[in-house]
Structure formats: structure tokens, C-alpha cells
Design a protein around this ligand. Sequence first.
Ligand SMILES: NC(=O)c1ccc[n+]([C@@H]2O[C@H](COP(=O)([O-])OP(=O)(O)OC[C@H]3O[C@@H](n4cnc5c(N)ncnc54)[C@H](O)[C@@H]3O)[C@@H](O)[C@H]2O)c1
Length: 332
Amino acid sequence: MDLKNRKIIVTGGAGFIGSHVVDVLAEHDCEVVVVDDLSTGSVRNIRRRLDDGTARLERADIRSQTAMESLIGDADVVLHMAVACVRTSLNDPVFVHETNAGGTLNVAIAAQRNEVGRLVYVSSSEAYGSAQYVPMDEDHPTDPTTVYGASKLVGEGYALAMERTCGMEVTIIRPFNSYGPREPDSGKRAEVIPKFVLRTMAGDRPVIFGDGTQTRDFTWVEDTARGIVAATACDDLVGKRVNVARGQEISIRDVAAKVLTALGRSGEEACFDAPRPGDVDRHHADTALAGKHLDWQPRMSIDEGLQRYIAWLLETGIDPQEWFQREVTRNW
Ligand SMILES: NC(=O)c1ccc[n+]([C@@H]2O[C@H](COP(=O)([O-])OP(=O)(O)OC[C@H]3O[C@@H](n4cnc5c(N)ncnc54)[C@H](O)[C@@H]3O)[C@@H](O)[C@H]2O)c1
């Protein structure tokens, strides 16, 4: 599918990955409508796109069937990314179920009733749970460790059911952990790399939950966003699940060491705290399917990505000391 001149609804488009997806779509001359309740996302993330007219924002809740049906209207593609996060699922699982599973069913029904050409559901590597073998291809068993992971997997089932019962084109994308500009650094949404970097910038040290041997396939967010847009346009991947990731694993302990080195404190040690409940032990994506069907390659190494993220943070003018005063170490 050529995305040029298509009307594309991006739920969650004011969030971290969603806003980068909106940036990539702007290069494809599409009509982009961001549907977001701004509960964790921000207008700041898409300000440039709103100002240059390449996107518009509809503030709405994906849990509202009526709102979704009327907003999706004559869209060609629905790219569904709105989500409630993994840490929220540890203490408010019903809310996360209602947003991620129920909200996805609403969006899928609304897309089907409006006879949308294609529904693209952005799922998560968390749907797999921890690796039983690596690299993890799309046939790897799904055994999620959290309500978040389970709710993302249920969302996949609801989206694919629309294809099987109604014939709507559906593609499932499974990104792995992404990092980079606009990644949340405060509250429950604060992620590991922003926390490591800001703690170190504030003169403290990264805090690792568990022993730090757990691995992730950290992917630069602009690479993730380009992969998501490429998979959205790809006809060969309709009806399939596809991993979008760098395809390399790194331990959390090694990420902490790289952050300390990047900030001129090599040789210093991170601190350790109790593991986070449901933390996945190992993630390492097999990206062969994406490589076969997409004209896309992740470009950014972890070392360069960390440097670029630090440079971006400095440009924002954030005050690490002030951030540190607000930092809640165990943020779930
Ligand atoms: N961040 C990662 O590393 C990662 C990894 C794998 C998969 N994913 C997936 O990518 C997608 C985007 O994740 P993200 O990290 O950018 O999340 P995010 O929290 O930054 O963005 C989610 C967006 O959804 C919006 N939202 C939340 N609830 C809503 C509701 N009820 N109605 C409308 N909008 C709502 C928020 O305001 C926010 O803008 C999600 O589907 C997530 O599962 C993310």
C-alpha cells in the first residue's frame, strides 16, 4: 500500500513512539490524525507537526466506542498504538486491561464498521514473556509475565479476529524496547535508560532492579518508528506478526556501565535493588521476517544512541538536580 495521500489515524500518536511515527508519516505526504487522550502523551511531542499542518490532534479516549467510530470515519489506515504501561499494570491491572485489551477491541470494531482498509496493531515484545530461545522469531511461544504483556497479546487476538471474521486487513507489529528523544523520564512511565542517564547526570548512580543480567533488545526510537511505518505499508505482512527491533541483546548491567562511561564516569559501579515483579529475563529479537519484507534496517548502535540521547536531553535544558529531587526510584 502506498501511504501517500492516505488518511491515517494514529492512536497514541502524542506518546513516545507514536510521535516519532507521526514524524515519519509526515515524510509520506499522508493526512495524519492523532487520536490521543493525552493521559501520558503530550502536545509538546507533536507540536512541530501540528504547527506545520502535517498532523492534527483529536483528543479522545480509545475506551469510548462512540468516539472511535466517529473519529475513524473515512480513514484508510488505523495505526493503533495507544497504551497504558507495564508498571501501571502491576498496581492497576483492571485499568490496563480496559485500556489495552478493551480499547483495542473498540478500535478494531470501529475500524471494521467504518470499512477501513487496514488496521495495524502495535503490540509488544512483552507478549512473548521471557525468551525460551534466542533470537526470538515470531513463532516463539507467548507466555507474558505481566497483565500488560497479557493485555497486549489479547489485543493481537482481537485485531486478528477482525481479519478472520470480517476480512479487514490486519498487521501486528511487535516492537522491542525502544529508547531515545521524548522517552518518559518521570513517574510510572519513566524508563530505564532515562533514569540511568539522569541519575548519573545528577551525580548519583544508576539503580538496577535485580542482578542486571536481564537483557533487552534496545532499539533507537527513530529506527522503531521507521520500521513501524514500513510494516504498515507492507502488503506481504498483512495477516502476520512481525518483530521490529535492532536484533541484538544487551544486559541492563552493561547499559548502566555504558551510561556511566558516556558521562565520563567509567569504572564506577551501579547500585542494585530488588527485582521488579514480572521483569522479563531475556529479550533478543529475530528480525529476519522484517528484513525479508521491509526496505528497512535499524541504523543506530547502542553507543551512538546513548550519546545522541544524552545530547538531546542536554538540549531540552532539563535540570538533572531538580529531576533527582522528584525521582521515585521504584516507580511502580
Ligand atoms: N516504549 C517501548 O519501548 C515499547 C516497546 C514495545 C512496544 N511498545 C508499544 O508501542 C506503543 C507506544 O508505546 P509508547 O512507549 O510510545 O507509549 P506512551 O505511553 O509514550 O504512549 C501511549 C500514548 O497513548 C495515549 N493513551 C493512553 N491511554 C489512552 C486512551 N485510553 N485513549 C487514548 N489515548 C491513550 C497516551 O496519552 C500516550 O500518548 C504501545 O502500543 C506499546 O505497547 C512500546
